[in-house]
Design a protein around this ligand. Structure first.
Ligand code: SF4
Length: 548
């Protein structure tokens, strides 16, 4: 007898018999198979494989193994061992008990295929589609998003360590690919500088000695680059990625091949979004947010938070660490639109709520972004006793502003200086302000009258409306739901090791995030659906509130 899964895979009779005996009270993987079957089909991944050559391992099973791997935080080798040795995995993968499994390298190769074929999102989208079809996931409900920092799989380096490690990385790679070319170039001092990893505690402490070392390393790097790009250098040297990394880091850190090389001062360095932080992961970036410093990436995770359905993660976006939260909301909405899972209300913190996002979300996606907007940063608003712009009366049609003292503005000019939220410059007469008794509450300038910068009418009113709305009790009650996103991130970090990427590069890190959120969704789904997981816990307070 065989057990039939919803997608047609059959659990072999012997596997079913032994698994049922081994796990009489249910097991996560067996529950998963009972609910979702194999989840993926080989057809979905067919475009990633050649139609000729040896038959590949079953990609639908590999995809599921990948999810199981992240569900338990296993290495590739441990996951391959589990396929070979664990009865519950064999059941969930519909394999014979005697199935020998596959070598761990197959998983690594499959991940490479998913990335090169841009198919990583398939892993999440397939699950979401099934859940939509089963009524467990609906569009136009409530969703919440937050970002969390992701540590790169590399050591954080200070500037001197970065310079030394970049040359060291290039030398090590070139020693592999072009040893005969490199050998005659090696200088006696290189062995001392680059034979071992650059560790700060072994480097000079005095700043003058550190500067001298940085200059010497700079000269080494320029010498290596000059040799690499010389006319008769073998092509394999220039094609070596570590040489390109060395070139980029040297462009970012030095002015040019001067003698001696001159380090750029930090105020003349490229923007943080471009600055390479480690030669071993050139896409990882250094960033600081609310006192947290890290080198790596950011994950923006969106989950549903409706009462009648399980909280499920519907999107994860991976960016460099330096990308600001407010620049990604549109991309999140575009991704949700593609999945037909746009929310009606989207709960986010103030990092995502600039006026452009409020405007675009409503107009383009019909999504109500629910989150506190930034407060007025002017000193008049901060002191709470000054005349901020809310105390001025604006006639948008006549382009005239009336101040709290009843004076009318004397000019209204278009502004186009690149500042955010500044479309018009409004000026009051210097004579009016000089004679005004309320001057100290209004302006600190002694040379001009009060000046106001205003956004366009539509954006100005939208922001004013949002600031007013966030004072209401209804807004506060709705926004309180956002805090639940913290527990989702905590689950991802603690149960699925989200905090640190296993891989180098943003694409591989994103794959890890996709598989992680699929794993979390499966845990949540089984907890919601499976009778064996027992009733959902209800807190004493919730019970009391329900009675009241
Ligand atoms: S300082 Fe000028 S703009 Fe401000 S209240 Fe007085 S007159 Fe009006």
């Amino acid at each position: 007898m065989t057990m039939h899964s919803p997608l047609g895979y059959q659990v072999p009779a012997e596997t079913a018999r032994v698994a049922s005996a081994a796990f009489p009270k249910g097991n996560l993987y067996m529950d998963l198979h009972a609910e979702l079957g194999m989840l993926y089909t080989n057809q979905q991944f067919a475009h990633l494989f050649s139609t000729t050559g040896q038959p590949a391992e079953d990609p639908a099973r590999l995809a599921l193994v990948l999810v199981f791997q992240f569900l338990e935080g296993l290495s590739d080798r441990q996951a391959a061992d589990s396929v070979r040795s664990r009865i519950d995995w064999k059941y969930a993968l519909a394999l014979e008990l005697t199935d020998p499994g596959f070598d761990a390298s197959v998983l690594c190769e499959f991940k490479g295929r998913l990335i090169s074929g841009s198919a990583e999102n398939l892993l999440l989208d397939t699950l979401l589609l099934q859940l939509q079809q089963r009524g467990l996931l609906k569009a136009r409900g409530k969703q919440r998003t937050d970002s969390t920092h992701i540590l790169a799989a590399v050591r954080s380096l200070n500037r001197l360590e970065l310079l030394i490690e970049t040359v060291r990385y290039a030398l090590n790679q070139l020693a592999d690919v072009a040893p005969a070319w490199l050998q005659p170039l090696i200088q006696p001092a290189w062995l001392e500088r680059y034979a071992h990893r650059a560790e700060n505690y072994r480097l000079p402490k005095a700043q003058t000695a550190r500067d001298a070392l940085a200059t010497a390393v700079g000269a080494d790097g320029f010498a290596l680059l000059e040799a690499a790009f010389a006319e008769h250098t073998p092509a394999v040297v220039r094609a070596e990625p570590a040489v390109e990394v060395l070139r980029q880091v040297w462009v970012q850190q030095f002015y040019g091949p001067d003698d001696p090389p001159r380090l750029r001062p930090t105020n003349d360095a490229p923007p943080a979004g471009l600055l390479i932080a480690s030669p071993y992961d050139v896409e990882a970036r250094f960033s600081i947010k609310r006192g947290t410093e890290w080198t790596g990436y950011k994950a923006h995770i969106t989950e549903t938070c409706d009462e009648q359905t399980p909280n499920l993660i519907v999107n994860v976006l991976t960016t460099a660490a330096t990308v600001q939260d407010d620049t990604v909301l549109s991309a999140i909405h575009a991704a949700l639109e593609q999945k037909q899972l746009l929310p009606a209300e989207h709960l986010v913190d103030s990092g995502y709520t600039n006026v452009t996002n409020l405007q675009q979300s409503t107009q383009r996606y019909q999504v109500d972004v629910v989150g506190p907007v930034a407060t007025d940063p002017s000193w008049q608003a901060r002191t709470k006793t000054g005349f901020d712009h809310t105390q001025f009366s604006i006639d948008w049609e006549q382009q005239v502003v009336t101040c709290p003292a009843g004076k009318r503005s004397v000019s209204w000019l278009p502004l186009n200086d690149g500042r955010a939220n500044a479309a018009h410059l409004v000026r009051f007469a210097r004579a009016d302000c000089a004679a005004c008794e309320s001057r100290e509450q209004c302006t600190q300038s002694t040379r001009t009258g009060r000046q106001l910068t205003l956004d366009t009418k539509e954006r100005y009113l939208l922001l004013a409306q949002a600031r007013q709305r966030q004072q209401s009790e209804g807004f506060k009650a709705l926004y309180a739901l956002r805090s639940g996103v913290e527990s989702m991130i905590s689950q991802a970090v603690r149960a699925c090791e989200l905090r640190r990427t296993r891989y180098s590069g943003q694409a591989r890190t994103h794959l890890q995030h996709i598989v992680t959120v699929v794993a979390i969704n499966l845990i949540r789904l089984v907890a919601w659906l499976s009778p064996s997981s027992g009733p959902r816990r209800v807190s004493a307070f919730s019970r009391l509130a329900a009675i009241g």
